[in-house]
Design a protein around this ligand. Structure first.
Ligand code: GLN
Length: 541
């Protein structure tokens, strides 16, 4: 079978959940036995979101091969349980950079370099890259932004040409739009959808399938009207209703027959019904928890829902695995003080100190570590969170009162956390952190080793600073266990306190949350939820 292509565009408004719909469709096709991947094309000019503030763009998701990407790639991995790569996220910046570099190298042989054909050709080349080795039956491409945005135009033109060049049945377009319910008039409005389809058609693209984001179930008449004005069959208009959980969307789409129509349009025959047994078992566990637990997530980007997306989702996966509802309480680290911390963290079964950059909010994070350590509350520190745990221990147990990170105080006398050697000569910001998956060896007898059940793991990183090995001996002598080390460089990747001192105190320099999926919950998160549950039961006694 040729590789088949599905393009997903968005109309009316952003944040409709195009990534979730794309991932859900991919999930259904995968559950029918197809090999599927998803890629995202983002119209912004940044080369990647690595230099973007989380307030601008939510979490920056890191792939195993070290690309800093859009957070939708996290959804793709969580829904599909397969890894994405550098090639799965393309931006306008990357496209133009390639074309401009080519121009300087003389590749275009004296031609005037233009949006059509040079930019659109480069977009089309990138669209087929993942399909080159025949690894996939279906490639879904999500086009970021909203139809009608000036910056999406070259991408839509490339989609138009792409479809024109393909054989009938090898490429389809799915358009996701918003169908609002006007509460005052109690009316469902199709006009915005009509307009967005018209705008898509102005770009020369006729959608094959329309998915309507809606608060309520759409009456048949409404779908028929949308079909009529969009010039498609009524059986090709679907809805994506508000759901309690994003993980319900594959089921919702399947119940309407979306996957069936997609296969019909792609001329893929004789596939079995999707096997959704494990997925449904997950949903059942998630929706009928036997217990619940409160966990504090201490960070500085808490105002933005998407800033800690992967951590939040990891708790959903881990919670379902333990039949436990995890209530994640995000707490602004800047607001924590010695006098309010007890009140702020009251009743929490576990405390997670989040990743982050810069000095802002670090005092509160250190206070939170201290509170968790002294009160034997399960503690989980990720990246900056681990660094804070190390600093807290150095300050309060080793009594190195000036202990800090050179990220916080560059001229400190006590750099417990310091810039990695390779980072010292780095001046450029974009794509220069220590990125991607690195091996780590876990020390025998440690809690983390027990949790993973193996010696060698590989997890993803995104940082510039590290545990300063000059303090390793002192820290170990004072009781901190350096439980994970990179076998090539000797960098400390994980720390913990022995279990006779603390029931669960783990810090990791890597980002385990990036690897958690619905079908494979991340083991540290699972163990942390269990430890937090135990602690809350003890607290309730
Ligand atoms: N700012 C820290 C560093 O660069 C931690 C980064 C992170 O939490 N991702 O090392």
């Amino acid at each position: 079978m040729n590789t088949k292509y599905i393009f997903v565009t968005g109309g009316v408004a952003s944040s409709l959940g195009k990534g979730i719909v794309a991932a859900s469709l991919a999930n259904l096709l995968q559950a029918r036995g197809l090999r599927v991947t998803i890629q995202k094309f983002d119209p912004y000019i940044n080369i990647d979101p690595g230099t973007l503030n989380p307030y601008e763009h939510g979490e920056c998701y890191v792939t195993e091969d070290g690309a800093e990407t859009d957070l939708d790639l996290g959804h793709y991995e969580r829904f599909l349980n397969v890894r994405t790569s550098k090639a799965n996220n393309v931006t306008t910046g990357k496209i133009y950079k390639t074309v401009i570099d080519n121009e300087r190298a003389g590749v275009y042989l004296g031609k005037t370099v233009q949006i059509i054909p040079h930019i659109t050709n480069e977009i089309k080349r990138r669209m087929t890259l993942l399909g080159k080795n025949g690894d996939y039956d279906v490639i879904i491409t999500e086009i970021g932004g909203t139809v009608g945005d000036m910056e999406s135009t070259p991408f839509l033109e490339a989609v138009r040409q792409f479809k024109w060049e393909m054989n009938e049945g090898d490429c389809i377009i799915m358009h996701l739009t918003l169908v609002p319910l006007l509460h005052a008039a109690a009316e469902i409005k199709t006009k915005p959808t009509q307009h967005s389809v018209r705008m898509l058609r102005q770009e020369g693209i006729n959608p094959d399938i329309i998915v309507c984001r809606t608060e309520v179930s759409l009456p048949e008449g409404v779908k028929k009207k949308i079909a009529l004005f969009s010039n498609i069959r009524p059986d090709s208009v679907f809805e994506s209703r508000n759901a309690e959980s994003i993980y319900e969307i594959p089921i919702q789409l399947h119940e309407q027959g979306v996957d069936k129509i997609v296969l019909k349009k792609l001329k893929i025959k004789n596939l079995p019904e999707p096997d959704l047994t494990e997925w449904k078992a997950f949903l059942k566990r998630m929706f009928s928890p036997k217990t619940e637990v409160d966990i504090a997530l201490i960070g500085k980007y808490v105002e933005l829902q998407d800033a800690y997306k992967s951590i939040q989702e990891s708790f959903v996966h881990a919670g379902a695995a333990c039949s436990c509802k995890v209530n994640v309480h995000t707490i602004q680290s800047e607001h924590l003080t010695a006098s309010n911390i007890k009140g702020e963290l009251k009743g929490m079964g576990g405390i997670l100190v989040a990743p982050g950059f810069g000095e802002r909010g670090t005092d509160g994070k250190i206070l939170a570590v201290n509170y968790a350590r002294r009160n034997k509350i399960p503690f989980f520190g990720i990246c900056l969170g681990m660094q804070m745990a190390v600093i807290e221990y150095a300050k309060n147990v080793l009594k190195l009162e000036n202990a800090t990170s050179t990220e916080i105080k560059p001229d400190t006398s006590t750099p417990i956390i310091d810039l990695m050697q390779e980072q010292k000569s780095t001046t450029i910001k974009g794509g220069t952190m220590r990125l991607g998956a690195y091996d780590c060896l876990l020390k025998p007898g440690t809690l983390i080793r027990k949790i993973y059940g193996k010696e060698r793991i590989a997890e993803r990183h995104r940082h510039r600073y590290e545990f300063n090995e000059k303090y390793a001996k002192q820290m170990e002598k004072a009781g901190m266990v350096l439980s994970g080390v990179n076998p090539q460089t000797g960098l400390v990747e994980a720390i913990e306190l022995p279990q006779n001192k603390h029931p669960f105190f783990i810090g990791v320099q890597f980002h385990p949350e990036l690897g958690s999926t619905v079908l494979k919950p991340q083991p540290i998160f699972v163990a942390f939820v269990k430890a937090a549950l135990k602690k809350s039961k003890d607290l309730a006694r």
